[in-house]
Design a protein around this ligand. Structure first.
Ligand code: IPD
Ligand code: CA
Ligand code: CA
Length: 265
C-alpha cells in the first residue's frame, strides 16, 4: 500500500509538471505541428512531455517498463508479467491542444500483477487533477467521485469519440445512430481520458469508443473506483491484456451497462 501511494505521489508530480509544459507552450504558441498519418496530429509538445515523463520514470524506477504512445507504442505487455508498466499518454486531446480548446490532459496509468493499479489525469486548462488507486476510490482535486445514479437510457448522456482512421467510421456510424435514437444525447469532448473522468464525476452517464491502452489505462481505473462498470461491448483483440485493452470499450453506470451493451454490439 505504501509503495502504491508513493507511486501515486510521483505520478501526480509528473502530471503537474506536464500540465505546466502545456500551459507554457500554449501561452507562447511556440510549438510545431506534424502528422503521423493522414489525419493524426502530433505536436512538439506531445514529444517533449513524452521525453520528460520517460526520463523521470526511468531514473526513478529503472526496473519498471514504459508503454508510451509517442516512444514505445509497440511494447509487449504480458498479462503475467509482474514488473510494473507505466502507461502514458503525454497529451490526450492533441487536436484540442493545437486548436486552443480546453479538453486536454496528460494520462498516467500503472499496471502490474495483471491489474490496473492507479491512474492520474491532469487537465491543466480545466484546472482539474483526477486520480485513483485500486481499492481506494477516485478523486478530483481532493473531492471523492461517484458515478451518476442514472438508470434510464432515454435520460442518459453518452460520451464517445471518432477514430483518426476514417475506414473505421462505417461500422461506427450505425452505433452512434442507435445511441442518438435511444439516449438523451451524445458528447464528443476530444479526450478519451477526460470522457472517462466525466463518467467518474457523474457528469456523463456512459462512454464508449475503441481506443488504445494509453487512452484508457488511467481513466478506466478512475471510472471503476468511482463505481462505473468497465467492460467491452464486443469481442476484443488479444493484443493487450484485458485491463489495458481499449477495444470496444464501454464504461457506464452499473444499471446502464447492459442496455448500452445490447445497443452497441
Ligand atoms: C485521442 C482522443 C480522442 C479519441 C481518440 C484518441 P490523442 O487521443 O482521446 O478523444 O476520440 O480516439 O486517439 O490522439 O489526442 O492522444
Ligand atoms: Ca490519446
Ligand atoms: Ca496522445
Amino acid at each position: 500500500m505504501t509503495t502504491l501511494n508513493e507511486y501515486l505521489d510521483f505520478a501526480k508530480t509528473l502530471a503537474k509538471q506536464a500540465g505546466l509544459m502545456m500551459l507554457e507552450a500554449r501561452k507562447s504558441s511556440s510549438f510545431e505541428r506534424n502528422y503521423k498519418s493522414d489525419h493524426e496530429l502530433v505536436t512538439s509538445v506531445d514529444l517533449a512531455i513524452d521525453q520528460y515523463l520517460c526520463s523521470e520514470l526511468a531514473s526513478r524506477y529503472p526496473k519498471h517498463k514504459i508503454f508510451s504512445e509517442e516512444s514505445t507504442p509497440d511494447l509487449l505487455v504480458d498479462k503475467a508479467n509482474s514488473a510494473p508498466v507505466w502507461v502514458l499518454d503525454p497529451i490526450d486531446g492533441t487536436v484540442n491542444f493545437a486548436h486552443g480548446l480546453p479538453h486536454v490532459a496528460v494520462s498516467i496509468g500503472l499496471f502490474f500483477d495483471g491489474k490496473r493499479q492507479l491512474g492520474v489525469i491532469e487537465a491543466p486548462f480545466l484546472q482539474q487533477t483526477y486520480w485513483a488507486v485500486a481499492g481506494q476510490g477516485a478523486y478530483c482535486n481532493g473531492e471523492r467521485l461517484s458515478v451518476s445514479q442514472q438508470d434510464v437510457l432515454r435520460n442518459s448522456v453518452v460520451a464517445t469519440g471518432f477514430p483518426y482512421q476514417k475506414a473505421a467510421l462505417g461500422s461506427l456510424i450505425p452505433k452512434v445512430t442507435r445511441i442518438l435514437e435511444n439516449c438523451q444525447d451524445i458528447r464528443r469532448n476530444g479526450s478519451a481520458a477526460l470522457d472517462l473522468c466525466a463518467v467518474a464525476h457523474g457528469l456523463m452517464d456512459a462512454y464508449f469508443e475503441s481506443v488504445k491502452p494509453w487512452d484508457m489505462a488511467a481513466g478506466a481505473i478512475i471510472a471503476e473506483e468511482a463505481g462505473a462498470t468497465v467492460g467491452h461491448f464486443s469481442e476484443i483483440r488479444a493484443e493487450w491484456p484485458e485491463p489495458l485493452n481499449g477495444d470496444c470499450l464501454l464504461v457506464s453506470t452499473p444499471k446502464l451497462y447492459e442496455p448500452l451493451r445490447l445497443l452497441l454490439k
